[in-house]
Write a protein that binds this ligand. Structure first.
Ligand code: ATP
Ligand code: SF4
Ligand code: MG
Length: 335
């Protein structure tokens, strides 16, 4: 049985059965368990889930930028048909800033504070042919496209001479300058205020259409995901619990966790209230092995089977899959 929703052509990125642990003095943290995900070419796929669900770990696995205590114990990450987990270090490194690029929550992660934007934007094009002058011109065009006013004079500035929102625009310009096939964005708008966030989301959407790349977009902000993404993957405590087209996930969620997450979304809360709702209970510890459904301690619909049987994926229509026993056809038929 296929583990992810069917997509017509070979996806650009295919993650299959990924298991990843972090070694810690307290034991092994199982941060990703049997995670599968497709990112089709030219599409934007959002990853949502509470803090600690493994979103960044998944994004960093794709980029090959994991911490030293990370240990991938099973699975594959096929990008353009090649398993990134099996590529030699040098081949993997040379994909970064070429076919694969990334935007971080904190733009300073990607920028060198002691070098001008100009030198960093020229260097990042090292895979491209052409003179330094041509690369500078290309950098100026990109700064203009991301809305940096007066790029001619701003290009010689240092990162700290830009505001937070402008720095994130510079990072987007740098990440897209190389025309990547896949842009991985980990909470790129979380540090920005609401107005700037809307601007950056619109900018990403416009540039993605122009460049035709795919985006893997990690965010806490469901409104931003709804605005930008074609598909959404929902993670909980290291597992992928539901995936599908953005409309289905937002209008017809099948997994109790997705429903709970949507009910807590500030954009959807109908009653005016000072305190936003949260999902009752806590995210479980990721130490040790797990039996049964990972969400059962917080699930309002949990029943006996959920405590001993780990749910498999069930397909809903052509475009949506979810891991929940409530969707088991045999159970539904006998109900
Ligand atoms: P957030 O929304 O807060 O960014 P996230 O969904 O991105 O959360 P991750 O950062 O991927 O979550 O973390 C997943 C789990 O792995 C968490 O329990 C986290 O504490 C743990 N973790 C992440 N990196 C390490 C590490 N290097 N060593 C040990 N544990 C780690
Ligand atoms: Fe809830 Fe059981 Fe479904 Fe898990 S499998 S989400 S506990 S009903
Ligand atoms: Mg994160």
């Amino acid at each position: 049985m296929r583990l992810t929703p069917h997509t017509p052509a070979q996806p650009l990125l295919e993650i299959r059965g990924l298991n990843l642990d972090f070694g810690t003095p307290r034991g092994r943290i199982h941060a990703l368990r049997n995670v599968s995900l497709d990112v089709p070419a030219g599409q934007v796929v959002g990853i949502v889930g509470e803090s600690g669900s493994g979103k960044s770990t998944l994004a960093y696995t794709v980029m090959g930028l994991l911490a030293e205590n990370a240990d991938v114990t099973a699975g594959s990450v096929l990008f353009e048909g090649k398993d990134l987990l099996k590529l030699p270090f040098s081949a993997r490194r040379s994909l970064l800033g070429d076919r694969l690029s990334m935007i971080f929550q904190d733009p300073m992660t990607a920028l060198n504070p002691v070098r001008t934007i100009e030198s960093q934007m020229i260097d990042i094009q090292h895979h491209e042919p052409g003179s330094r002058v041509a690369k500078r011109t290309h950098a100026l065009e990109m700064l203009h496209r991301v809305g940096i006013p007066d790029p001619q004079s701003r290009i010689s500035a240092y990162p700290h001479q830009f505001s937070g929102g402008m720095r994130q625009r510079v990072c987007i310009a740098m990440a897209l300058l190389v025309k990547p096939a896949l842009l991985v964005a980990d909470e790129p708008t979380t540090a920005l205020d609401a107005t700037l966030e809307v601007q950056i989301i619109h900018l990403l959407k416009e540039l993605q259409k122009q460049i035709g790349c795919s985006i893997l977009f990690v965010s806490h902000h469901l409104g931003a995901v709804a605005e930008l993404c074609d598909r959404v993957a929902v993670m909980y405590a290291g597992e992928m619990v539901e995936q599908g087209g953005v409309r289905n996930i937002f209008h017809n969620p099948a997994h109790p966790y997705t429903r709970a997450l949507l009910e807590c979304d500030p954009g959807r809360v109908k009653k005016r209230t000072r305190t936003l709702p949260t999902i009752p209970g806590e995210v479980p510890s990721l130490l040790g092995s797990k039996v049964g459904c990972i969400f059962r301690k917080r699930c309002p619909q949990a029943f006996d089977r959920c405590s001993y049987d780990n749910p498999i994926e069930h397909r809903l229509g052509v475009d949506q899959v979810a891991r929940c026993h409530l969707l088991d056809k045999e159970r539904l038929a006998s109900a």
